[in-house]
Design a binder for this molecule. Sequence first.
Ligand code: NDP
Length: 295
Amino acid sequence: DTSAKIIDGKSVAKKIRDEITAEISRMKDAIGVVPGLAVILVGDRKDSATYVRNKKKACESVGINSYEVRLPEDSSDQEVLEYISGFNDDPAVHGILVQLPLPSHMNEQNILNAVCIEKDVDGFHPLNIGRLAMRGRDPLFVPCTPKGCIELLHRYGVNIKGKKAVVIGRSNIVGMPAALLLQREDATISIVHSRTKNPEEITRQADIIISAVGKPNMVRGNWIKPGAVVIDVGINPVEDAKSARGYRLVGDVCYEEACKIASAITPVPGGVGPMTIAMLLSNTLSSAKRLHNFK
Ligand code: NDP
């Protein structure tokens, strides 16, 4: 008996994209501005190329102009920095995204620092992260994946204030900002990571679990408090002879077990993934509005 409500990220993301499409046409009609997103991809990682292609398609679907730069694996930091500098100065570009991971010879820190914070739609600039962490400060942009997780909780009417929330994973791009966001929403947070002893004892206390680890089926049914809400960020390929590609994608959470215990859960795929892209579009639109002072 599966009792958990399915949190349908795909349909929420569709709704958000429709809202964005309408806003973009309102802005275009009023002031003649079309939002623009620049994407820089270095190297030829297949997964990164797929993500960039999906982001480009998503831009087209809502009416955002996208500008793509593809550089070879052996490019220098200087070449990437020059593109960033050009986009920083280009009034047609409202968002700049450097697809991660960069090749290992590059200085990721220097490169992310070079994106001007007004166009940092990924929210990875240390100034934006720092403001996210500080009380009374507001970042210009919040990282897309954690923002998508919180948006799902809001749209499904999940109360966050005063609740116990556990984030599994503490990466700069997902776990850490997810924990900061939950805290801003007045949850009491715990963060579980690879050095945590007895993680299941901590997760079992949570009203809300966000898992961003990258390990299939790590979060078992007995890690979850009955009635908890589970947001599964993990995207993990596992072998599947029945699939044409030879693999399928699963989350970090053992879905069959979790469904019997949680009150609501995101599926993988179709949960957080589509929300990440919707939040990127939303950040690009709000950037264009802010840069053109359009309300
Ligand atoms: P990282 O590898 O950067 O971080 C993984 C985190 O998990 C680390 O903080 C690590 O701890 C922690 N961890 C590793 N093993 C364990 C363990 N056994 N128990 C508890 N914690 C553990 O991954 P990302 O944050 O970039 O991504 C996480 C997952 O989310 C991946 O599957 C990725 O594909 C997916 N993802 C999905 C997105 C989406 O749009 N849906 C977007 C981005 C990522 P420590 O810090 O100690 O090393």
